[in-house]
Design a protein around this ligand. Structure first.
Ligand SMILES: NC(=O)c1ccc[n+]([C@@H]2O[C@H](COP(=O)([O-])OP(=O)(O)OC[C@H]3O[C@@H](n4cnc5c(N)ncnc54)[C@H](OP(=O)(O)O)[C@@H]3O)[C@@H](O)[C@H]2O)c1
Length: 516
């Protein structure tokens, strides 16, 4: 029996998925090595892969099954969260791995793939059930879907299922995302499409839902009467790490803001769903996006900031600027930093600004959501050191901070009396840390999401309307930026918190970015 609650703890599930063949398109690529196969191995180690399930790698590179298995062993050895490799688990896992070489554009490749899958059905009892994981460049999403459909490989008939997991980026703007949805819907039903956003598979992101809807104390405060503003930061300290070609096409808005950052916002701001079922949860999430005030025309300059890292220092070492990175144009105008001031037009959050920022080569790696509560209505008490050092300033408002990475956890900052003869207060924190509370590290996001795809639970995947609503917000901003002159792209030194305009964006409202 399955549980309807998608936010169940860890990976404990009452149902082992039905056996299927899991086909990875792009099996010689970076994502397969670093994330997918290590996640599948860890699911095997947790005994969550059904007996008989096979994994078939499909890519252009010609390689033997033996070589493929060896390279996947190397990948698991390097990237799995469980180390060293457990030989008993590997012994079972490796027998599930197969490889077919082919060209995505070539129908004959699908005939070969299909024959292989049908052979595995016969030997392993997978009964025609399929997951197709598209770990491939977005330019070939359509080609692969169309060819799968033409080869009769996505039809769900006779009780078998066929699901397609699609990696990000899903479109480049509203028009391309809509066109991609339309094309996918020509050959697949929405329930067959699993658009992955790995942030939703993170334990801490699901914990936002647990915090809000599993406790009685927070939700009554979760509105404009008590919240002054919200900040969401997704900061990376690394640069583009050899992925310059990809980043030149994406930039921070497409790489992280349109998807991950808006997902964090949706989970933070959504209304409690009627039930924890896929459609109820996603209905509430998409309402958040619909409630965001559009940012267009002159507002883009006022409410958004972009920037690009120049040369700087990180951990005492000089690091190159974005334009000096391999495969990046020396005149690139791609943004590596974005900050925005968003506002929602709805009953709960009207008038509560949401400041978001994301970027590469910032001072620290940290993804965090902080909810800043309103100050006390009357300054009865002051803060500062006791005695003559008391500074007499107003108490700092309470902050609830949810850290997504690293050191996953939740911190509540509030005021406490400093011991001593005077009534002087100081901010203190109450800390919950995932690692110490539950011991060890939890499953990786990809483990959770692959398991959900196997179980046919799309709750933690983006629905068609969710993706287009996110693009509806971002597209006018991107268009306005494209119209702007190169000189309007501020360069910030690597290892800092972005351009001065990002500070001005929040400081002109009398607020400040939280020190991370
Ligand atoms: N890497 C990451 O960390 C990451 C993170 C999030 C999302 N993603 C997304 O995941 C997807 C894959 O990324 P990646 O970094 O793994 O890409 P990648 O390293 O460039 O791998 C692409 C794969 O697609 C195969 N391929 C490309 N064109 C083909 C064709 N015409 N016929 C047959 N095979 C073809 C390649 O095969 P050959 O090598 O044999 O040519 C390779 O296996 C992208 O959508 C990306 O945006 C990646």
């Amino acid at each position: 029996m399955t549980t309807d609650n998608p936010f169940r703890v860890g990976l404990e599930t009452e149902r082992i998925p039905d056996a299927c063949v899991f086909v990875i398109f792009g099996a010689s690529g970076d994502l397969t090595r670093r994330k997918l196969v290590p996640a599948l191995y860890n699911l095997a180690a947790s005994r969550l892969l059904p007996p008989g399930m096979s994994i078939v790698g499909f890519a252009l590179t010609e390689t033997t099954e033996e070589q493929f298995r060896q390279s996947m062993r190397d990948a698991v050895g390097q990237f799995s969260r469980r180390k060293p490799i457990d030989e008993a688990v590997w012994g079972d896992f490796v027998s599930r791995l197969h490889y077919v070489s082919g060209r995505f554009e070539e129908p004959a490749s699908y005939t070969r793939l299909r024959e292989k899958l049908e052979f595995l059905d016969k030997t392993n009892g997978t009964r025609g059930n399929r997951i197709y994981y598209l770990a491939i460049p977005p330019s070939v999403f359509r080609t692969v879907n169309d060819n799968l459909a033409a080869a009769g490989m996505v039809a769900e008939e006779g009780g078998r299922y066929a699901r397609v997991v699609i990696e990000k980026p899903f479109g480049r703007d509203l028009a391309s995302a809509e066109a991609l949805n339309t094309d996918l819907h020509k050959v697949l039903q929405e329930k067959q499409i699993f658009r992955i956003d790995h942030y939703l598979g993170k334990e801490t992101v699901q914990n936002i839902v647990a915090l809000r809807f599993g406790n009685a104390i927070f939700e009554p405060l979760w509105n404009r009467n008590h919240i002054d503003h919200v900040q969401i930061t997704a900061a990376e300290d690394i640069g583009v790490e050899g992925r310059g070609k990809f980043y030149e096409e994406a930039g921070a808005s497409r790489d992280i803001v349109q998807n991950h950052l808006l997902q964090l916002l949706m989970v933070t701001a959504m209304e409690p769903p009627v039930a924890f079922t896929a459609d109820e949860v996603r209905d509430e999430k998409v309402k958040v996006l619909r409630a965001l005030k559009p940012i267009r025309g002159d507002d883009v300059k006022r409410l958004t900031v972009r920037g690009q890292y120049g040369p700087g220092n990180f951990a005492g070492q000089p690091v190159p600027g974005y334009r000096q990175e391999p495969n990046v144009s020396e005149r690139s105008t791609v943004e590596t930093f974005v900050a925005m001031r968003l506002e929602m037009d709805n009953w709960r959050f009207a008038g509560v600004p949401i400041y978001v920022r994301a970027g590469k080569r910032l001072a620290k790696r940290c993804t965090e959501i902080s909810v800043h509560f309103k100050n006390v209505p009357h300054a009865l008490l002051t803060q500062g050191a006791p005695g003559p050092g008391a500074d007499g300033s107003r108490i700092e408002p309470d902050v609830l901070a949810i850290r997504i990475q690293p050191d996953e956890g939740i911190t509540l900052r509030f005021a406490a009396k400093v011991p001593g003869p005077s009534m002087v207060l100081r901010p203190v924190t109450m800390d919950f840390r995932y690692g110490s509370a539950f011991g060890g590290s939890g499953p990786e996001a990809y483990e959770r999401l692959i398991l959900d795809a196997l179980l046919g639970d799309p709750t933690l995947f983006a629905r068609a309307d969710e993706v287009t609503a996110a693009w509806r917000l971002m597209t006018p901003i991107l268009q306005e930026w494209e119209r702007e002159h190169l000189a309007d792209l501020p360069i910030y030194p690597a290892g800092t918190w972005g351009p001065p305009a990002a500070f001005e964006l929040i400081e002109r409202d009398g607020r400040a970015w939280r020190r991370l």
